[in-house]
Design a protein around this ligand. Structure first.
Ligand code: SF4
Length: 444
């Protein structure tokens, strides 16, 4: 069997695309290897959200290009680039990295089998055409090859229509389109039948799922209800929520359905209404506050996490301070942080006269990080003394002790010393302590 190695960068959407690519390749006689040196086919599945990730992708290709040259006489290597950088740079990649055999954009991953046939005949192939289709209509014959584990990630929407001024996603993943519910439900059932215990529904804006259906009135709440009705003990999560797309019906559904977890990821991006406007986000500070409050009031023990950008073009110190106060005021349990990085094609990348100097961006990022850490610990401390259900995800040795780690329903990580590997099991745990990034517990 030929061997394929895929290096996956970036978000869960990319990880999910990698699973799909591995599924298609297994039908073509390729077996996955974790050792790139062993592979006959090397693919980097790229992320272009920040310049750093893009640079990393090209440096990875550079290493493989050398291998290809060195091994040319005894093992013909094929090299491909997929994902967001591929979608964005398309054919120009052949100039920068001439040893690359194929460039595969995000819209056409289902074209991979045909591409492999063509490169094996010696062609160089670039497939980055935008389509308005989802892969559902086109790749039905290829099962997904899931990485064995506890949590199965299932994309439910692809693309985004929001065009936030800093974001490359609408240019790399195209307009928003929803996958058919029947195929999502089949995928969920297959994953559960093979031992997965948690389903996470994925999308840039999961809560606008179904808005584009012409032939049915079917939204995220409907999908959650159908998934919840599948037999067996498992959990359901969904990410990411665009703040103003969270409806009362969706919140009520989360409360009502026993398998849907008490967790919302609601990116705010900035605590300043002026900056939010410049970012082309469709809410201001007050609107975000109301949404978060509503979720907190309606969903007991809910964890709410967010994303923030430090040093957006033109952000003043006062506006940055508003982000710090937002994290406190809205009691955000955890936030992902990024320093602003200009991305080609986006509107904000043209505002070079407003760019914040690197040292100030870094300093704001550090202050934001400190604030997130404080709040994370504060949020974790609330659970000390409580009994919580934990789904075990990992088992490993740490300083001579065996540890099981897992997640509560509300997405808190718990470390539990225990000699038995409980991966995939639901256990009741007494929370005995809280650290910044996790809880400590013991099995009841
Ligand atoms: S909502 Fe904004 S930040 Fe999120 S993917 Fe769409 S354009 Fe990007």
């Amino acid at each position: 069997m030929k061997k394929v190695y895929i290096e996956t960068m970036g978000c869960q959407m990319n990880k999910s695309d990698t699973e799909r690519m591995l599924g298609m390749l297994s039908y073509m006689g390729y077996e996955e290897t974790k050792e790139p040196e062993q592979a006959d086919l090397l693919i980097v599945n790229t992320c272009s959200i920040r310049q750093l990730s893009e640079d990393k992708a090209f440096s990875q290709l550079g290493v493989w290009g050398k291998w290809k040259h060195e091994k040319a006489d005894f093992k013909p290597l094929k090299i491909g680039i997929a994902g967001c950088v591929a979608q964005q740079k398309a054919e120009s990649i052949f100039k920068r990295a001439p040893y690359v055999d194929f460039v595969l954009g995000t819209h056409k991953i289902y074209a991979l089998p045909e591409i492999i046939e063509r490169i094996n005949k010696g062609e160089k192939v670039c497939e980055c055409t935008e389509t308005n289709a989802t892969e559902d209509n086109l790749a039905k014959n290829y099962d997904i090859k899931r990485v064995k584990g506890v949590n199965a990630w299932i994309p439910i929407t692809e693309g985004c229509n929001n065009f936030c001024t800093y974001c490359i996603v609408p240019y790399t993943r195209g307009r928003e389109r929803s996958r058919l519910p029947e195929l999502i439900i089949k995928e969920a059932k297959d994953a559960l039948n093979t031992g997965f215990k948690e389903i996470t529904l994925l999308g840039q804006n999961v809560d606008s799922y179904g808005k584009d259906f012409k032939d049915r009135n079917y939204r995220l709440a409907d999908l959650l209800r159908e998934l919840n009705a599948i037999d067996g003990k498992f959990r359901i999560r969904f990410v990411t929520s665009y703040p103003t797309d969270i409806t009362d019906e969706l919140i009520k559904t989360v409360v009502e359905l026993d398998k849907v977890c008490e967790y919302f990821h609601i990116p705010m991006q900035s605590g300043s209404s002026e900056v939010l406007k410049a970012m082309n986000r469709r809410y201001d500070r007050q609107t975000y506050a109301k949404i978060v409050q509503k979720v907190r009031d309606m969903v007991p023990d809910v964890t709410i996490t967010s994303d923030f950008i430090a040093g957006f073009p033109g952000e003043t110190e006062e506006q940055f301070q508003e982000t710090l106060t937002a994290i406190d005021e809205f009691e955000l349990d955890y936030s992902n942080l990024a320093a602003y990085s200009p991305r080609e094609k986006t509107v904000a990348a043209r505002w070079t006269d407003k760019f914040i100097p690197e040292d100030i961006k870094d300093e704001r990022f550090q202050r934001l990080n400190k604030k997130v850490q404080e709040n994370c610990l504060k949020s974790n401390l609330k659970y000390v003394g409580r009994e919580m259900e934990v789904l075990i995800e990992n088992f490993y040795e740490h300083k001579g002790k065996m540890i099981n780690t897992g997640k509560t329903r509300n997405f808190k990580t718990v470390h539990i010393p225990c000699d038995k590997d409980l991966t995939g099991e639901f256990v009741n745990v007494k929370i005995t302590g809280a650290k910044t990034w996790y809880l400590q517990g013991e099995i009841k």
